[in-house]
Design a protein around this ligand. Structure first.
Ligand SMILES: [Zn+2]
Length: 164
């Protein structure tokens, strides 16, 4: 999946957490929403795609999302932030599972390395690396923008300021 869908979820989480300076929270959640794709470094080290440490493996699991939430709890001692962290990281594989290509996500790693998709995959899979700068990459971005635009509009819709 290209980044737009993941970022749309992050922006929405930043709006929903309802704290001062939502742009800072949106930036933090944006980084967290993309964190599972740190596993693309596996391609550099020639780790096979289907390996548990390959792309869409361990970092695309429920366990990884919970681990990130626990890390947030230990660092900030804030249960709400830990919950949002877990949810934002977990949305990444759940959205990737809606794409129509590559391998699915190892959602239940380390119990199982089976790669899973949802029963329907309406989103086109993004080409990896330089492939994004192609007609296929442009098509993927357009589909994601159309699919996730409502979340972005919600996230950035102006708020009424509270009267004192
Ligand atoms: Zn991913």
């Amino acid at each position: 999946m290209a980044a737009f869908g993941h970022l749309a979820v992050a922006f929405t989480a930043g709006r929903v957490i309802d704290r001062p300076r939502p742009l800072g929270w949106m930036a933090l959640f944006s980084a967290l929403s993309m964190l599972p794709d740190v596993d693309v470094i596996a391609f550099v080290f020639r780790v096979p795609y289907e390996h548990p440490l390959g792309h869409r493996g361990a970092t695309h699991s429920i366990a990884f999302a919970v681990l990130c939430g626990v890390a947030a709890l230990l660092v900030r001692r804030d249960r709400r932030l830990a919950l949002f962290t877990t949810a934002v990281v977990l949305t990444h594989p759940l959205l990737d599972m809606l794409t129509d290509g590559g391998l699915g996500c190892a959602l239940f790693w380390p119990i199982s390395n089976e790669r899973l998709f949802w029963p329907v995959q309406p989103l086109p899979v993004a080409p990896i690396g330089h492939g994004m700068f192609s007609r296929r990459g442009l098509y993927v971005v357009i589909v994601e923008v159309l699919a996730f635009l409502p979340l972005v509009v919600f996230a950035f819709w102006p708020r009424r300021s509270a009267r004192s």
